[in-house]
Design a binder for this molecule. Structure first.
Ligand code: ZN
Ligand code: ZN
Ligand code: ZN
Length: 250
């Protein structure tokens, strides 16, 4: 078998495309040169992919490959004989023949992978930085008993829990647990949570339904202290006397 499409066949193909006469077929029996491939690419530009690819090129079986001799890698210039399935061959033809050898393809993929990894790392670092900033903002603003944070109590909990979601929660809990308890009670954090619970309870004691002076109490102090936002159900609203009774028996 000689490489390169015979002149007569090429002429038949060009005639066919121009005049739509008898349809010649390119089968895998022909070994194509890169010149043939460029010639086919040019025909595609002129007559469209369907006319050239679908009508003129036929593989015998699904996996029957087309052989192209002397294909040049567009990146390193290496010359190779390559075999392509009909699908891949047609795809390469219609996207403009731009052959990249396996070595260069591998290098391209490696570089892309490296870039992806670097971007993922950068993204993680950015997230971490944002988390650190949110944590710092949270402690300085909401966990500061002298904070001059002013927002209506009704809205405070939602605002605060939005910021909380972005923080390092372990650090927040650790910070709270290291605080003086009286200071803690004065923080916007606790005031907002406590108010939120009282409002949910309809400003009544959740044990005796009294509407007297109310406190928000940790049912399971060990578990919930420092983790109030994630354990809202561990907090209960009690009147003064129920609170006292509760502490007496617990
Ligand atoms: Zn190459
Ligand atoms: Zn009560
Ligand atoms: Zn209590």
């Amino acid at each position: 078998m000689t490489a390169g499409l015979p002149k007569e066949l090429k002429k038949e193909i060009e005639d066919y495309l121009r005049l739509t006469k008898v349809r010649p077929i390119i089968t895998p029996d022909y070994v194509l040169t890169e010149d043939d491939v460029f010639w086919l690419s040019d025909l595609i530009k002129e007559y469209g992919t369907t006319a050239v690819v679908a009508n003129l090129i036929r593989s015998l079986g699904k996996d029957f490959p087309f052989i192209i001799t002397g294909a040049h890698c567009s990146m390193c210039g290496r010359e190779e004989n390559i075999t392509l399935s009909k699908t891949k061959f047609c795809a390469a033809l219609s996207s403009g023949w731009d052959y990249v050898c396996p070595i260069c393809k591998r290098r391209q993929e490696d570089e892309a992978e490296k870039k992806r990894r670097e971007e993922a790392k950068k993204f993680r670092q950015q997230l971490k930085k944002q988390q650190e900033e949110a944590t710092q903002f949270f402690t300085e603003t909401y966990l500061n008993p002298d904070s001059n944070w002013t927002i209506p109590l009704e809205k405070a909990f939602y605002r605060l829990s939005q910021v909380y979601d972005q923080t390092d929660k372990d650090k927040i809990a650790k910070y709270i647990r290291s605080m003086d308890y009286d200071d803690f009670l004065e923080t916007p954090y606790w005031k907002a949570i406590s108010y939120h619970k009282k409002r949910q309870a309809g400003f009544r004691c959740q044990l005796c339904n009294s509407d007297g002076y109310l406190v928000t109490h940790h049912r399971d102090y060990k578990r919930a202290y420092g983790w109030e936002i994630e354990n809202l159900s561990e907090l209960i609203v009690l009147c003064d006397s129920c609170h006292e009774t509760h502490h007496l028996y617990n």
